[in-house]
Design a protein around this ligand. Sequence first.
Ligand code: GDP
Length: 329
Amino acid sequence: NRRKKIDTKEFVAKILDGDITFLSRAITLVESTNKRHQQKANEILNACLPYANKSIRIGITGVPGVGKSTFIESFGKHLTSIGKKVAVLAVDPSSSVNRGSILGDKTRMEQLVVDKDAFIRPSPSGTSLGGVAQKTRESIILCEAAGFDTIIIETVGVGQSETAVHSMVDFFLLLKLSGAGDELQGIKRGIIEMADAIVINKADGDNVKNAKIAKVEFNRALHLYPPKENGWQPKVLTASALKNSGIDAIYEMILSYIDSARTSGYFEKRRNNQNKHWLFSTIEQELKRRFYDNTDVNDQLKKEIHELNNGKTTPFFSADKLLKLLNKS
Ligand code: GDP
C-alpha cells in the first residue's frame, strides 16, 4: 500500500469538509471486496451517517440513446447555476461485463465533469444487482456527508436495475422519446408505475410536434393508473436536453413534489420504507454469501448434486441438509 494510512477520524473530517479526493477514496473503500477495506468503509459510513440524509435524491432511467447523460449534464448545470451541489452516481450491473457502459466514459458529461460543484462517479462493478445497488446506496450517504444536496442516480432502462434505483430515491424520472407512433409500445408496466414523472426528451426541431402528441398520450395513459399512495399524479413534460429547454420546469416540478411530500410526511415514510427494504436485502445477500462461501457447504453441495442426479435425494431434502451445515459452523 503506497498510500499513507489515514485513520477513520481524519477521513471523515475531510469528507465533511467537502474534500472530493477523500470522498472518492471512501467510495473506493465502499466498493472494495477486500475485508479490511470493507471494515474501514463501514466505520466511515457510520461516522458520516448523522450528516447524511439531507439531500434530494433523484433517479433517472431510460433506454440507451434516449439522452440520459445529455439530460443529466443539462439538468446538473442548471442546478449548479442556482447554487446547488450535485453528485451523479449510477447503478449499472452490466458495466462489470461491459465496463463503463454508463458514466464510465467521462466525455459523456464534459461540462459537468469540470464543474467544481459537481461530482460524477461511474457505476460500481459487480456481479449481482443487489451488490452493485448496495454500494451505490452507501455512496449516496458519503456524498451527502460531503455536502452534496442533490443526488442523481442514473440507471439503464433494461432489466431490474430500475426497481433497485426506485428504492433509493425520492423522485423517479423516466426519460422517453416521442415519434414511435404507439407511445406505450415497449414500455414496461412496472416502470410506468414507478415513475413520478415522464420527460419526453429531444423535443426540439422537427420533433416538437411529435413530443406534444406524445405528452397527451402519456398523460392519458397515466390517468388509467390508480393515483399513487401519496396522492401525486405523475406528470408528463417535454424537454430538450441538447438545447437546455424545459429543464428548469422539470426541477420546479420536482421541488413542488418534494415540498408536498415533506408536508404530508410521505417523504420521511418513503425513506423509512426504503431503509427497511435495504435492511432485508442486505441480510439476504449476506446470508447467501455466507452460505456459498462456506467450505463445508461447498464440499457437500457437490455430493448432493451428484446424489440428486442419481435420484438418491430430493432438492428439498438436500437443501435442508446443506442449510443445517451452515448452522454448525
Ligand atoms: P444515453 O445513452 O441515454 O445516455 O443518451 P445520450 O445522452 O448519450 O444521447 C444519445 C444521443 O442523443 C446523442 O447523440 C445526443 O447528442 C442525442 N441527444 C440527447 N438529448 C437530445 C435532445 O434533447 N435533442 C436532440 N436532438 N438530441 C439529443
